[in-house]
Ligand binder design. Structure first.
Ligand SMILES: Cc1cc2nc3c(=O)[nH]c(=O)nc-3n(C[C@H](O)[C@H](O)[C@H](O)COP(=O)(O)OP(=O)(O)OC[C@H]3O[C@@H](n4cnc5c(N)ncnc54)[C@H](O)[C@@H]3O)c2cc1C
Length: 375
């Protein structure tokens, strides 16, 4: 039961975006910039964005040496180059739009640890640098000569540096997106889960927890940016959820000699210094099947694996305790390409961002806005 005022002002829009993560907010912002008169609404089911965007590790990355080599086992060289370019250009575009200070961006570089089992990757370093040369006009990967200052255990045999990577503050990135939405007068409703979408009628329904039923919104166009959760609303897309674990240690009293974003094991494990703590995450490859879930629980097998890396490889001689742990849900599919397509005349999706949404989210949103603008 809606009031006259609610019906007149609150439920009709030119664009409704479902999902308030990086992609949803970026879509709303870019649409509104393109169509300043449009009434734009973002519906987010959580109190904060509650998928991956507020739970990630903030790596501004585009693929480590072993990750790119792994990609080449499944994709052609031009496809891999295109993927890397998209990620790198994506990072440049958010830095350009928001500015490094707003994002908490630091150009610290990426570093990959090679243990005995990854040492074969060194033989491909020149080949990968040559492959990536058209995008960077420079050598991307180089082997660090003296690895002792990092203080890793003897299991680490070599370290590869990537000078084009950086890190950002994931909270600041979301606050920048929110701030821009506010500046542009985009309405964001949180705690508003879309439970049903009627594509033909261009209607989105949410349960009214304070009322007695559902509220039906109407919109000229609809953007679905619900990533791993999309099949709950719009079944049938090739989307597999993939949970990721992140832990942050308690403050460490001695100096942490880790400047940069660190990768290990084809990018599946990652860590970096955050103030006087270490942020460590990943390990999904230890239990791929167990992590194909939308549930936010911690997988003990993966936690033990990551703790083993922390205590035995990263800082072997230091007593470290974990302060915080959380999980987030990513979306994967048969290949690493996001799905950006129209699913109805005025309804589009931009989903399946994998583990690189920080880098490509803004650009994927731009692709969706281009499609929505054409109808
Ligand atoms: C642990 C972890 C670490 C990561 N680390 C990195 C990293 O270092 N660098 C990097 O580039 N990427 C990283 N990623 C990946 C990156 O965070 C994601 O690719 C990106 O956040 C995806 O953004 P999105 O907006 O598509 O999805 P999401 O952030 O998942 O946003 C989708 C939103 O839709 C909402 N929603 C879902 N269903 C509904 C509904 N029915 N109604 C209303 N709202 C709904 C959800 O609550 C969610 O907020 C990481 C991800 C995880 C989980």
């Amino acid at each position: 039961m809606l009031s006259y005022w609610e019906k007149k002002y609150f439920v009709n829009y030119d664009l409704i975006v479902i999902g308030g993560g990086i992609v949803g907010l970026s879509t709303a912002i870019q649409y509104k910039i393109r169509f300043p008169e449009a009434k734009v609404l973002v519906l987010e089911r959580g109190i904060f964005p509650s998928g991956a965007s507020s739970r990630n590790a903030g790596f501004a990355c585009f693929g480590s040496l072993t990750e790119i080599l792994d990609d080449l086992d499944h994709m052609s060289e031009p496809e891999v180059l295109q993927l890397v370019e998209k990620r790198y250009r994506g990072l440049l575009s958010i830095r350009d739009f928001f500015g490094d200070d707003s994002l908490g961006y630091l150009p610290t570089g990426g570093l990959e640890l090679l243990t005995e089992k990854e040492m074969h990757a060194l033989a491909f370093l020149d080949k990968i640098n040559l492959l990536l040369y058209p995008v960077f006009s420079s050598q991307v990967f180089e082997q660090i000569k003296d690895i002792r200052p990092f203080g890793f255990s003897e299991k680490v045999k070599a370290i590869i540096k990537n000078k084009f990577e950086g890190e950002l503050d994931s909270g600041k990135f979301l606050l920048s997106l929110w701030g821009k939405c506010q500046e542009l007068k985009i309405t964001i409703l949180t705690g508003a889960q879309a439970t049903k979408i009627d594509i033909a009628a261009k209607r989105v329904f949410i349960q009214d927890t304070a009322g007695d039923g559902f509220i039906g919104f109407h919109s000229g166009k609809i953007a679905i940016c619900t990533n791993a959760f999309t099949n709950l609303l719009l079944p049938g897309l090739d989307i597999q959820p993939g949970r990721g674990l992140v832990m942050v240690t308690k403050p460490i009293s001695k100096e942490i000699p880790l400047t940069g974003t660190f990768h290990y094991d084809k990018g599946y494990v990652y860590f970096r210094k955050v103030e006087d703590r270490i942020l460590l995450g990943g390990g999904r490859n230890i239990d791929f099947e167990g992590e194909k879930t939308l549930s936010m629980e911690v997988n003990p097998k993966i936690k033990d694996y990551l703790l083993g890396i922390l205590h035995n490889i990263i800082m072997p001689d230091t007593a470290i305790e974990i302060d915080l742990e959380w999980t987030g849900i990513m979306a994967f599919g048969k290949n690493k390409k996001p799905i950006v397509e129209m699913v109805g005349k005025n309804v589009g999706v931009a989903v399946r961002l994998g583990g690189m949404g920080v880098a490509i989210g803004w650009q994927i949103a731009e692709e969706l806005v281009n499609m929505l603008a054409e109808v």
